[in-house]
Design a protein around this ligand. Structure first.
Ligand code: BGC
Length: 448
C-alpha cells in the first residue's frame, strides 16, 4: 500500500495560510495588510474578492481544529498574520493577536497534532509600505522583531518555524510581474525586494535561534522545475538562466552564501547595496527546507529586443493534462527538481510543505467527488516514496489545502481544498480526496 511506503516518522499534514482562511480582518486589533489594500482595488483580484470573511476561520477555530483532528493527520501547517501581532508592522505588540495563535497552537497540542508555523505568507502590514515595503531594508529589521516576539511567546510549543513562504511569489510575482500585492512591475523594485527578503530571512533566523535555540527552523520555497520547452540550444540555455533567476537567487544566498554569477553579471549593478555580513546572515544553517510543488515551468528563449535577464519566457504547453487553474500535471518534474537542487546545493532535510490541485467541483448529494485531486495527490506521493527509496531525506508531506480558500488574485473561484467550503453558509464538507487522505494518514500511523 501507499502508506506502507513511507517511513514510520514521516509526517502527513495539511496546510493553510492566515490571509486565505482567517477573515475577521478588523477584529481584535488586527491592522491592515498589503493584501487588504490590494484586493480592494479594482482589477486586482477576480470579482474584487477580498479576505474580510474568507473561511471565517478566526471565529471557527475550535471546529476547524476538530476537522483537522478528524482527518487523522500528524501535523498542521499554518501561517501567523504579522498584522495581528504588530498592527503597524513594528512597535506596539497586539496581545489579542498573540492570544489567537496561542489558542491555535494549544488546540493542536491538545489534539495531538504537530504545529508547523510560517511567519510570512504574504500579508505584510500595510503600514510598512510607508517605508517602501519589501524594497526597504527597514522591513528586514521589522521582520526580525516580529520573529523574536513569536519565538518568545509560542516557540516552546511549536514543532517548527519557517520564515518565509515562497519568496519567489513575494519577490518576482509581487514586484516584477505585478500579479500579487503590492502589484509593482519594476525590475529595480523587485531586485530590492529580493535582497531585503533574503536578508529578512537571515535576520529572522538569528532572532529565532537566540530566542529558542531548540526550535527547528527552515524556509519554504516554490522551487521551479525549469525545463526547456525544446531541445534547441537556445532553449536549453534559457532554461539554465531561468534556473538562476527563479531558483538560484534564493538557493544560492541561502545555501552557498552568494547570488548566482550569471544573474549578478546581468543585474548585479541594479541590486541594492549588499552590506558586509549580509550574505553570512542569509546563509546561516537551517534545520530543514520546505518545497511547494504544483507544476513544472516550460521555458523558451525570449528573443524579443531588450528582453531582460533571464530572457526566458514560460509557456503553457498544449495537449497536456491540466488542473482547473490551467497548470500542467507532471509528477516526474517533482522528482526532477528535488534531484536537481540536491545535485547543486548541500541541502538540509526536506518537507513537501505544499502540493495539491485545483478542481472546482461542488457538493452534490452531500458529497464532493474530486477523484482527479485524489489521483493528483496519490501520483505525487508515489514519486516521493520513490525518492525516499533512492535515499533522499524527505520528512513529511502537507496537502494544500485543508480547505477551499481565498486563492489570491483568483479570489474564491479556484478551489484547492480537500475539504469543500460553502462561502454562503461556511459549511465544510470533506471531499472524496479528504476521506482518502484521512485513510492514508490513519493507515500510516496505525502501522506504527
Ligand atoms: C501558495 C498558496 C496558494 C497555492 C496555490 C502557493 O503558491 O503558497 O498560498 O494558495 O500555492 O496557488
Amino acid at each position: 500500500t501507499l502508506a506502507a511506503r513511507f517511513p514510520e516518522e514521516f509526517l502527513f499534514g495539511v496546510a493553510t495560510a492566515a490571509f486565505q482562511i482567517e477573515g475577521a480582518a478588523k477584529v481584535d486589533g488586527r491592522g491592515p495588510s498589503i493584501w487588504d489594500a490590494f484586493s480592494k482595488m479594482p482589477g486586482r483580484t477576480f470579482g474584487r474578492h477580498d479576505g474580510d470573511v474568507a473561511c471565517d476561520h478566526y471565529n471557527r477555530l475550535d471546529a476547524d481544529l476538530d476537522l483537522i483532528r478528524d482527518l487523522g493527520v500528524d501535523a498542521y501547517r499554518f501561517s501567523i498574520a504579522w498584522p495581528r501581532i504588530f498592527p503597524d508592522g513594528r512597535g506596539e505588540v497586539n496581545e489579542k493577536g498573540l492570544e489567537f495563535y496561542e489558542r491555535l497552537v494549544d488546540g493542536l497540542k491538545a489534539r495531538g497534532i504537530k504545529a508547523f508555523a510560517t511567519l510570512y505568507h504574504w500579508d505584510l502590514p500595510l503600514a510598512l509600505m510607508g517605508d517602501g515595503g519589501w524594497t526597504s531594508r527597514d522591513t528586514a529589521y521589522a521582520f526580525a522583531d516580529y520573529a523574536d516576539v513569536v519565538a518568545r511567546r509560542l516557540g516552546d510549543r511549536l514543532d517548527s518555524v519557517a520564515t518565509f513562504n515562497e519568496p519567489w511569489c513575494s519577490v518576482w510575482l509581487s514586484h516584477l510581474y505585478g500579479i500579487h500585492a503590492p502589484g509593482e512591475q519594476s525590475m529595480d523594485a523587485a531586485l530590492h525586494a529580493l535582497h531585503m527578503t533574503n536578508l529578512a530571512h537571515g535576520f529572522g533566523v538569528a532572532a529565532l535561534r537566540s530566542a529558542r535555540p531548540d526550535l527547528p527552523i527552515g524556509i519554504v520555497i516554490n522551487a521551479h522545475a525549469t525545463l526547456a520547452l525544446t531541445d534547441s540550444e537556445v532553449d536549453q540555455e534559457a532554461a539554465e538562466r531561468a534556473f538562476s533567476f527563479h531558483n538560484g537567487v534564493f538557493f544560492g544566498p541561502l545555501f552557498d552564501g552568494a547570488y548566482p554569477d550569471d544573474f549578478m553579471a546581468a543585474l548585479g549593478e541594479r541590486m541594492p547595496t549588499i552590506e558586509a555580513g549580509d550574505m553570512d546572515a542569509i546563509s546561516a544553517p537551517l534545520d530543514f527546507w520546505g518545497l511547494n510543488y504544483y507544476t513544472p515551468m516550460r521555458v523558451k528563449h525570449d528573443a524579443s529586443k531588450g528582453a531582460e535577464f533571464p530572457a526566458a519566457v514560460s509557456v503553457a504547453p498544449e495537449n497536456v493534462s491540466k488542473t482547473d487553474i490551467g497548470w500542467e500535471i507532471d509528477p516526474s518534474a517533482l522528482a526532477y527538481i528535488i534531484r536537481e537542487l540536491n545535485r547543486r546545493y548541500d541541502l538540509p532535510d526536506l518537507y513537501i510543505t505544499e502540493n495539491g490541485a485545483c478542481y472546482n467541483m461542488g457538493v452534490e448529494n452531500g458529497t464532493v467527488d474530486d477523484q482527479p485531486r485524489l489521483d493528483y495527490i496519490a501520483r505525487h506521493l508515489s514519486v516521493l516514496a520513490d525518492l525516499i527509496d533512492e535515499g533522499f531525506s524527505i520528512k513529511g508531506y502537507f496537502a494544500w489545502s485543508l480547505m477551499d480558500n481565498f486563492e489570491w488574485a483568483e479570489g474564491y473561484r479556484m478551489r484547492f481544498g480537500i475539504v469543500h467550503v460553502d462561502y454562503e453558509t461556511q459549511i465544510r464538507t470533506v471531499k472524496a480526496s479528504g476521506h482518502w487522505y484521512a485513510e492514508l494518514a490513519t493507515a500510516h500511523s496505525g502501522r506504527n
